[in-house]
Design a protein around this ligand. Structure first.
Ligand code: ADE
Length: 263
């Protein structure tokens, strides 16, 4: 009798575990799962962390995942560090360890278009890895071999909300929608920009968005990238970055805060 009761308690625990596991929750999104928010640098996430009610911090792969609420919505905010490997690991962790059902990447970027100035915001239509090049053996530049994948499309609903939120949160700032080009390089020179634009088009360059996009694609998770322009001039982008990145990142974070409240 005692053994049967224990077996029944054990079975119930397993069923409860399965029902509440992240795997099951991700399969049947309730809309209440946390929203993952990724920035690469402190300036890109600090004000969001300040505005959020953080209840728990967990360190994984050297990144601090801050769980809490922002505008009443469950969020996990994390600084991933620079570059595509960090960004991919981070997005995958948000989805598979924290059960995030949507990912927002916020931060700064370099302009790839003369029309787009410092302070303007770019909301991703899609994202490509401009430094992914297996063309010598027959693939398109940027194509992920054997997948047919090249540009990862951002989620329509998140995109629309991001554009509306930018207009509300930062009414004086112009908002553009277009391709985000990511690579493990800080782009400063005209020749680098010209190559990216002639290969991929694109409105801005940064170092994480497309890796987050690929991780989201692989995990069937909607994403959007929202970037404020911190630098534009050929040759002096690094100086502009020093001067403008904090303010640009702040504007971007304001848009994300506004957006999350409405999700
Ligand atoms: N992030 C901000 N500006 C950038 C640039 N010019 N290149 C790469 N990443 C950036």
């Amino acid at each position: 009798m005692k053994r049967r009761k224990m077996a029944s308690i054990g079975a119930s625990a397993i069923i409860m575990g399965l029902l509440t596991s992240r795997f099951v929750r991700r399969g049947r999104s309730s809309g209440q799962e946390p929203i993952g928010i990724i920035g690469a640098m402190d300036v890109e996430v600090d004000s969001l962390k300040g505005a959020a009610d953080i209840r728990k911090s967990t360190e994984i792969a050297g990144m601090k995942f801050m769980e809490g609420t922002l505008g009443g919505k469950p969020v996990v905010i994390v600084k991933c560090g620079m570059g595509k490997v960090n960004a991919g690991i981070c997005a995958n962790t948000l989805i598979n360890e924290f059960g995030c059902s949507r990912i927002i990447n916020t931060g700064v970027a370099g302009s790839l278009d003369n029309e787009i100035n410092i302070g303007d915001i770019v909301v991703s239509t899609d994202a490509v890895q401009h430094d992914f090049d297996v063309s010598p053996i027959g693939f398109e530049k940027g194509e992920i071999p054997y997948t047919g994948l090249y540009a990862f499309p951002a989620d329509e609903t998140l995109r629309k909300l991001a554009v509306e939120s930018a207009a509300k949160a930062a009414p004086d700032i112009r908002v553009f929608e277009g391709r985000v080009c990511s690579g493990d390089q800080f782009i400063t020179e005209k020749e680098q920009k010209d190559t990216i634009v002639s290969d991929f088009g694109g409105m801005c360059c940064e170092m994480e968005g497309a890796a987050i996009a690929q991780a989201c694609y692989l995990n069937d998770t909607p994403f959007v990238i929202i970037r404020a322009i911190s630098d534009k001039e050929d040759g002096t982008a690094s100086v502009e970055f020093e001067t403008f990145s904090a303010e640009a990142a702040e504007n971007c974070a304001g848009t994300v805060e506004h957006m999350v409240e409405r999700l």
